[in-house]
Design a protein around this ligand. Structure first.
Ligand SMILES: [Zn+2]
Length: 238
């Protein structure tokens, strides 16, 4: 069982939840995409190196607040964890700096180049025009040989899948990937070996029981596992 994108540090009691997940045989790519989350996630990576794969990056939602020193810190996390992926990073039309050439693009490009330099997978968050990602890849020579993209919470269509496959892309499928008709219709075009599944659980993941009591780490872990199973079952039905 592999959750390809989860924000463990954003869940309550991350250490205890991580322990329950490890006991249940769950593995995950654990994403940390802003400076506080890098620090909060690092102990999980040190404690469970064969359970959790680190993924360090800068989310487009905070691209406009990032300082030069944060970029240096990010690079040092990538160096410190040789198995770490880069991201999640990308473009999101809901946040400041989305326009072509603006700050989201600059921060994304920095991370794509980090992935190339250190030969790491690049975890991509994209809400908006997917084609812009391919334009940036072309500009910086991201061809899929030294590093490959992962399209997290995939929401593209057939055209995007066609463009991404030559780059050795992986497509991480989330519950929401079945929402948009054009995405749902395209999912069958992805080679099975390139499909992954994710919860993308973060602070919005329900952590209360219906009667309002707080769920214990064991229950949160079980809910994550169930969410992941549901995504996989939905995909098998397409
Ligand atoms: Zn995420």
């Amino acid at each position: 069982m592999l959750d390809f994108h989860v924000h463990l540090a954003r869940l309550p009691e991350p250490q205890s939840t991580a322990k329950e997940l490890e006991k249940a045989g769950y593995k995950a790519v654990v994403v940390a995409c802003e400076p506080w989350e890098w620090n909060a996630s690092a102990p999980l990576f040190s404690k469970y190196p064969s359970t959790f794969t680190p993924c360090f990056g800068i989310h487009p939602m905070i691209a406009s607040q990032i300082l030069e020193s944060d970029l240096e810190t990010l690079k040092s996390w990538i160096q410190r964890f040789p198995q770490a992926y880069v991201g999640e990073c990308g473009l999101d039309k809901r946040y400041p700096g989305y326009a072509p050439g603006d700050v989201q693009e600059k921060i994304f490009e920095f991370q794509a180049k980090l992935a190339l330099e250190f030969r790491r997978p690049l975890m991509i968050h994209m809400v908006g025009d997917y084609r812009r990602i391919f334009q940036i890849f072309e500009r910086i020579g991201f061809t899929g040989s030294n590093a490959f993209p992962i399209f997290h919470r995939f929401g593209g269509d057939k055209e995007i899948i066609k463009k991404a496959i030559p780059l050795n892309a992986l497509f991480s499928i989330h519950r929401d990937s079945f929402r948009k008709a054009s995405t749902k219709a395209a999912l069958g075009e992805i080679p099975k070996s390139k499909v992954r599944f994710e919860t993308d659980a973060d602070e919005s993941f329900p952590v209360e029981a219906p009667d309002g009591t707080k769920k214990a780490p064991y229950d949160i872990a079980q809910a994550l596992i169930q969410n992941l199973k549901n995504v996989e079952e939905n995909w098998q039905r397409i």
